[in-house]
Ligand binder design. Structure first.
Ligand SMILES: Nc1nc2c(ncn2[C@@H]2O[C@H](COP(=O)(O)OP(=O)(O)OP(=O)(O)O)[C@@H](O)[C@H]2O)c(=O)[nH]1
Length: 339
């Protein structure tokens, strides 16, 4: 059976962002509640009230979403309140208030992704720079504006690069490096979507489990590099014969899986026969030799009670049957009548 995980670079980064955000909201709550005491000490009652209320709101957000993702509008509220407090502090305390603008700006790159992070960081830069220009000496204000802008630019470059690397990493994680096909990491998501669509809209779907025959002998005779060439050519041949909606995966050494959405058993069997002759009709051209290859194929249509793992298993069992019967043929999973 295939061992699969749907952990992707995407999920990992998202989880990291969630964890950091939750810790930041907790830290914001604790800091604001501590600063409330200072403001009371200085008899700044309005500031104390704003900080106390915000601190309580942050603590409530962090506590409510302790086990799940904090929704974007709460994140945004967190940042807007802190920016307002920062601007208020600049008005009240001058340069001391500016110190808070820097961690605030950096936080936006941890809490949001791509364009959202850049838009928020730009807003924080504009708001705090405007407060500095309005309430401080111009000489200090433009230096503050310049240093905030430098952080904004560096942070934006960082967040864009991170987004690109994340997408690249995601692509690498789901791609088989030899053939360029999707690999088994991607399969779980695709099969779960089909399962949901079958249960909801009764849309049939079928799987073909396909395995090269006697590939070990070919490797032993011509070498692994030759074998690799054959796998690449096979992948290309199969791809060319499939429809745009069909999806081809390399799920093992010489094992491929074809997902056929909106396809019942009779149609799936036709596709399997077509692939069988696509492989066996024409020889494969290697660097030093020309070889004839064949494949065996197991076909299984999705049944209502099945999980994706059971669905794959039934195609696998049909494939073993095709191997047992002598290879270079198509076998259908039990539970359906062969057409
Ligand atoms: N060249 C190459 N060979 C691979 C790769 N992955 C697995 N193999 C080889 O594929 C062969 C699979 O052998 P078996 O599982 O015995 O299957 P088979 O020889 O095709 O026999 P049947 O499946 O029973 O027809 C092994 O020799 C593996 O080393 C790969 O990426 N490249």
């Amino acid at each position: 059976m295939l061992a699969m995980t749907d952990k992707s670079a995407d999920t990992l980064l998202q989880n990291f962002r969630n964890k950091v955000t939750r810790n930041m909201v907790w830290a914001g709550a604790v800091t604001l509640l501590a600063l409330t005491v200072t403001q009371l000490w200085l008899a700044h009652y309005l500031q104390a009230a704003v900080m106390f209320t915000s601190g309580i709101v942050f603590a409530a957000i962090a506590y409510t979403f302790r086990a799940q993702r904090i929704p974007n509008y709460w994140r945004l509220l967190f940042m807007v309140l802190l920016t307002a407090i920062c601007a208020m502090s600049i008005k009240q305390n001058g340069v001391i208030g500016v110190y808070w603008a820097y961690p605030l700006l950096v936080s936006s790159f941890f809490m949001f992704r791509d364009g959202y992070a850049i838009a928020l960081a730009t807003t924080i830069t504009v708001a705090t720079s405007a407060a500095a220009i309005a309430f401080m000496e111009l000489d200090d204000a433009w230096r503050i504006t310049a240093s905030l802008t430098v952080i904004l630019v560096l942070g934006s470059v960082f967040v864009v690069m991170l987004g690109r690397m994340q997408r690249l990493l995601h692509q690498l994680v789901i791609t088989d490096t030899l053939t360029g096909l999707q690999n088994r990491q991607r399969l779980t998501g695709v099969l779960n979507e089909l399962l949901a669509s079958f249960k909801r809209y009764n849309r049939s779907a079928s799987l073909l489990m396909l395995d090269l025959d006697h590939f070990k002998l070919l490797n032993d005779k011509h070498g692994h590099l030759f074998g690799d060439q054959m796998l690449k050519q096979l992948a290309n041949r199969l791809k060319q014969r499939l429809r745009v909606n069909d999806q081809l995966f390399r799920v093992g050494g010489e094992e491929f899986l074809v997902v056929l959405p909106e396809t019942d058993l009779a149609e799936a069997k036709k596709v399997a026969q077509k692939l069988l002759s696509t492989v066996s009709d024409e020889p494969f051209e290697g660097k030093d030799a020309q070889v004839h290859l064949t494949v065996s194929i197991g076909v299984a249509q999705l049944r209502l009670e099945q999980s994706w793992a059971e669905w794959i298993n039934s195609a696998d069992t049909a494939l073993l049957e095709a191997k047992r019967k002598g290879r270079n043929q198509v076998c259908v999973a039990e539970g359906y009548t062969e057409i």
